[in-house]
Design a binder for this molecule. Structure first.
Ligand SMILES: [Zn+2]
Length: 358
């Protein structure tokens, strides 16, 4: 059985979803990433009369924002949750790279009209190329590489991969595909099959939302807690309703304004900012229970704002002053102004330290 690996340029796919959404006539169109690789394998077989394929693995290459305006935290978190879902639920291999937003809003439309800033993506295409060539060169990698791409930069990769004796299938979107990929003459000799259009597979790859009744876990929630949502919840992650999430964004914006009014907008020390996976130890030093946020004192004495949505493994009600935490930093403190925490995890010592304090 021929072995198939699927390589997805996630950034390209994500930014061109709107074309598929438009054709599907579903404004909330999303791809079912569990179904996508299998649908591609099936389409490849059917269009080319291939026997059954062994779908070995699916790779997705993408990016996630760092150093963005705190108001967009919900959006940034959704991106991270998306990658987690791909890994945990669908067994994708995900390679994701940070994009620095220099304190700006993530969406172009949310930024000032005259702001020349444009986010720079790094590494995504190179990482895809490195993986495809690597598995072409090792024994038992794949026989066919299915590339879900549109940008023209990939053609040397496809040529070299074919020179290693592997077959290339290109899967793309009509409105966003380099001409050479759909060329039936294949002048550049970069593929072994006619191109497959996701446009023609919309029904097979559309995600069908499932409605669920979930309780909002926000301590600030008003009224009945049960709400209907189609949101996918990560294991153990608390659900916050639309209203509460809007409230959270407002609070963070408020916090953000205070931060920027100190005249430090964009003045972050790049050297020490955003070691993405750096964790720090600290203790909860203050809580404002009715607002849903508080402050953490790091072991070096610096203070960090944190919000109840930052908690990874504890309920807001369970957090007490003095509790030991590990946390990531999304903003460094400047002068006497507190910084901001990212993920906040209550550490094991929490229980014992709380006991000794009580
Ligand atoms: Zn709520």
């Amino acid at each position: 059985m021929a072995k198939l690996m699927v390589f997805i340029d996630g950034t390209w796919l994500y930014s061109n979803l709107r074309h598929l959404a438009k054709e599907s006539n579903q404004p909330g169109f999303h791809i079912d990433y569990g179904a996508l690789p299998k649908a591609i394998a099936k389409e490849l077989c059917e269009q080319n009369g291939l026997g059954e394929l062994d779908l070995v693995r699916t790779y997705l290459f993408g990016s996630y924002p760092i150093n963005y305006n705190l108001v967009d935290e919900d959006r940034a978190r959704k991106r991270k949750d998306f990658f987690t879902m791909l890994r945990e639920d669908y067994h994708y291999e995900v390679e994701a790279f940070p994009i620095d937003y220099a304190e700006r809003r993530i969406l172009h439309d949310d930024r000032e009209a005259d702001d020349p800033f444009s986010p720079r993506e790094k590494c995504v295409d190179i990482a895809l190329a490195a993986s495809m060539l690597y598995y072409a060169a090792v024994a038992d990698g794949y026989d066919i590489a299915a590339a879900v791409v549109g940008d023209k930069d990939y053609f040397p990769l496809f040529q070299k991969t074919r020179q290693l004796g592997k077959r290339i299938a290109v899967i793309s979107i009509r409105q966003s595909c380099a001409k050479m990929y759909s060329d039936r003459q294949d002048v550049k000799k970069l593929k072994d099959y006619h191109i497959i259009w996701l446009n023609d597979m919309i029904e097979k790859i559309a995600w069908s939302p499932v409605e669920m009744d979930v309780e909002c876990r926000s301590p600030l929630h008003e009224g009945g807690r049960l709400t209907t949502t189609t949101m996918r919840l990560r294991n153990g992650q608390p659900y916050f309703c639309e209203v509460c999430r809007a409230k959270f964004a407002e609070q963070k914006e408020e916090q953000m304004r205070e931060y920027t009014s100190a005249g430090i907008n964009g003045q972050m020390d790049k050297e020490e900012s955003h070691e993405d996976n750096a964790y720090f130890d600290g203790q909860v030093e203050a809580l404002i229970p009715d607002r849903g946020f508080g402050f953490i004192k790091r072991t070096d004495g610096a203070s960090f704002f944190f919000h109840l949505t930052h908690l990874t493994n504890a309920e807001w009600e369970a957090v007490g002053v003095g509790a030991a935490v590990r946390f990531t930093v999304t903003k460094n403190p400047i002068g006497s102004k507190a910084g901001a925490a990212g993920e906040v995890t209550m550490t094991l010592e929490t229980d014992s330290s709380e006991v000794t304090q009580q």
